[in-house]
Ligand binder design. Structure first.
Ligand SMILES: NC(=O)C1=CN([C@@H]2O[C@H](COP(=O)(O)OP(=O)(O)OC[C@H]3O[C@@H](n4cnc5c(N)ncnc54)[C@H](O)[C@@H]3O)[C@@H](O)[C@H]2O)C=CC1
Ligand SMILES: O=C1O[C@H](COP(=O)(O)O)[C@@H](O)[C@H](O)[C@H]1O
Length: 248
């Protein structure tokens, strides 16, 4: 059965990757503070994610929320991540539980654990012959304030799951790049997420059953220091792309 999905941050890169792959598979309500520049599938709500009333209204009749809206810059200042990423995410969870939403998929980030990339480990950990691997059970270790905001988003999900029973999956997205893996960037190649794997992964977040999860959102790259086993086991994620198969 088609699910009714609220997609926040719909006009951004991740939102458009998702819609590019699975627009026809669900009933969409799209929310972004930027109005659409071309026709989009479903109803469009132009609102800021911190606008409680607008978010409550947008949540009516929704089964699943994919929450992407926020400041995606790793250099973002506290003055931006506090309202856009932290307050905005709390507003989404509060409205979601009040509206009886079943599941929230939260766009977390590799930067929630960027602090593991120490001088001693890098650049070796970006290469196939290194065994260092994070699987989502490790403690968070953000390397910037943007990463702190993503860890806080994951913690908000933990609280709203434990307190209200809403299903939550935090997807620590790697590096979404269209068409091909990042060029001349070993780290980005190791954490590449292709557009079609991105759409498929969030489709699985909509359809699968889970309680509270942290998974890594990358393609099946030969080089990887994030495990995708949890995403496969819990969500049924079956990535089709691999950065090592691209020639530059
Ligand atoms: N693109 C990537 O490789 C990765 C992205 N992410 C996360 O995925 C999410 C989406 O990222 P992208 O699509 O790349 O970013 P983007 O900047 O392309 O899109 C973000 C969208 O959210 C909207 N937005 C921002 N603040 C808002 C607010 N306060 N209220 C309403 N709308 C707001 C923007 O207008 C924009 O359309 C972000 O939360 C980002 O942190 C995480 C890891 C990697
Ligand atoms: O969280 C994010 O991560 C990706 C990849 O990080 P980078 O350090 O390789 O740039 C980044 O491109 C994206 O903007 C950000 O939201």
């Amino acid at each position: 059965m088609a699910q009714s999905v609220l997609l926040t941050g719909a006009m951004g890169g991740v939102g458009q990757a998702i819609l590019g792959g699975i627009a026809d598979d669900h009933e969409w309500r799209l929310l972004d503070r930027d109005p659409p520049t071309e026709e989009q599938p479903g109803e469009f709500v132009v609102a800021d994610i911190t606008d409680e009333e607008a978010v409550r209204e947008a949540m009516e009749g929704i089964d699943v929320v994919i929450h992407l809206a926020g400041d995606p810059r790793k250099t973002a200042a506290w003055e931006s991540v506090l309202p856009n990423n932290i307050d905005g995410t709390q507003t989404v969870y509060e409205a979601a539980v009040d509206a009886g939403v079943e599941k929230v998929a939260f766009a977390s980030s590799n930067h929630a654990v960027g602090g593991y990339e120490t001088d001693e480990r890098t650049p070796d950990m970006y290469r196939t012959n290194d065994e260092f691997c994070l699987d989502g059970t490790e403690l968070p270790r953000p390397g910037n304030l943007y990463g702190v905001s993503k860890v806080t988003g994951e913690a908000l999900g933990r609280y709203y799951h434990d307190e209200y029973g809403i299903s939550v999956v935090n997807v620590r997205i790697g590096n979404l790049t269209k068409g091909h893996p990042p060029i001349d960037y070993e780290r980005g190649q190791a954490m590449w997420l292709s557009y079609r794997d991105c759409a498929h992964l969030f489709d699985r977040c909509i359809r699968a059953d889970y309680d509270y999860e942290i998974v890594y959102g990358i393609s099946d790259n030969d080089r990887k220091y994030y495990s995708i086993e949890r995403a496969k086991d819990v969500l049924g994620y079956e990535p089709r792309d691999n950065s090592a198969e691209h020639e530059y």
